[in-house]
Design a binder for this molecule. Structure first.
Ligand code: GAL
Length: 367
């Protein structure tokens, strides 16, 4: 299908519709038509983490249900691989691209090719930076994810009412993932005042986003850093107390948990640890008492939103968005659809994840 408008035309139409739309909550792309043989290229970052497998499978299924052909690729957390896969999709005539970037800063050139070919690009979960080639962005409210983590720690430690000091260490994700620029400041918007007044103390003194980043969101890297922090200040059950760890997601939380178990912590004296994604390992850790919470972002919801966006683009319909202010990729503010993240804990995981059909009892129980 070669009936797509150029991006420039898309943006003109989008801009005029923003102006015409009082609520600013919808966006029209006209002149596209669907039909047989429409191929959607779906580029996911890695199969190493549970969530991206679910994202890829869900999205593939929903797009096929809507009558599209799907070219699904996983980039192995390797930027050149993802770039090569995207080049391939463009060369083989993909009509729309859906991309969860490994490194949001590294796709400018390849997406320039998509733009020249008039292929709309949806940034999936992670914003793609420094390019005008992104047409839409679909994600969860990433700042809110961090706020939920910060609020959980604030409430669990009763920070407004307790003198402390409580010891806390911080872990966020990959520096190339623009999401950490929302997750971490979101958490710090709640926690920073308590660091400032001394209620919270970081024994390592590492509180800047650059100091607490985790390359590749890797469990191993988080574990190694936590082991170093433990050694640095003797953060052991009999040594310097450790009350909390802010981890931006589950893969980093798992690394922290592994290091703490090795250091002798048990569920009875475990620090309060946050996470995100409600991965199976973390749900098991919540049940075991070695992770206090996770932020559940239902990948079925995100995939559904994106499949709808794709269909709307292809059919020339109004594309549903609900945020036109927050996601500036360095070139423009990308029209975005945000979904709402939910706190998962030992108290609601059953209702949320099992009754909600996200996992079976067996998946959670199996070891
Ligand atoms: C983020 C994503 C999180 C988490 C992390 C590691 O971009 O929003 O849900 O999965 O990557 O893959």
């Amino acid at each position: 299908m070669k009936k797509f408008l150029t991006l420039a035309t898309l943006m003109i139409v989008a801009t005029s519709l923003f102006a015409a739309c009082a609520g600013g909550n919808s966006n029209q792309v006209t002149g596209l038509s669907g039909g047989d043989g429409v191929t959607i290229g779906v580029s996911m970052p890695t199969q190493d983490l549970q969530r991206w497998n679910q994202d890829g499978q869900n999205l593939q299924r929903l797009l096929i249900e809507r009558g599209f052909e799907v070219n699904l690729q996983f980039g192995g957390n390797d930027v050149p691989t993802q770039v090569a896969q995207l080049e391939n999709m463009i060369a083989s005539g993909a009509d729309v691209l859906v991309v969860a970037a490994i490194d949001g800063d590294s796709l400018t050139e390849v997406l320039g090719q998509a733009e020249s070919a008039g292929i709309p690009v949806i940034a999936y979960d992670r914003l793609i930076m420094n390019t005008s080639a992104v047409t839409y962005y679909a994600t969860f409210d990433n700042f809110l994810v961090g706020v939920l983590q910060g609020e959980f720690l604030r409430d669990a430690l009763d920070l407004p009412n307790q003198p402390g000091p409580f010891n806390i260490e911080f872990f966020t994700g990959d520096p190339g993932d623009n999401n950490i620029n929302f997750f971490f400041p979101g958490a710090m918007s709640v926690l920073q005042p308590f660091l400032d007044d001394g209620t919270l103390v970081s024994p390592s003194g590492q509180t800047a986003i650059t100091e607490v980043a985790t390359i590749g969101w890797s469990t191993e890297n988080a574990q190694t850093r936590m082991e170093n922090l433990i050694a640095l200040n003797n953060l052991t059950p009999g040594g310097t107390p450790l009350h909390a760890v802010l981890a931006s997601n589950d893969s980093t939380a798992n690394g922290v948990t592994n290091a703490l178990i090795t250091a002798g912590f048990t569920p009875e004296n475990f620090p309060i640890i946050t996470g995100q994604d409600a991965d199976i390992v973390s749900v098991r850790n919540m049940i075991a008492g070695t992770q206090a919470m996770s932020v559940f972002k239902d990948t079925r919801v995100l995939a559904e939103n994106v499949a709808d966006m794709v269909a709307q683009i292809v059919n020339g319909e109004t594309v549903t968005i609900n945020n036109t202010t927050d996601y500036d990729n360095g070139v423009f503010v990308v029209p975005t659809y945000l979904s709402v993240p939910i706190v998962a804990t030992i108290d609601n995981y059953r209702e949320l994840l099992i009754d909600g059909g996200y996992y079976t009892e067996e998946e959670i129980g199996a070891n």
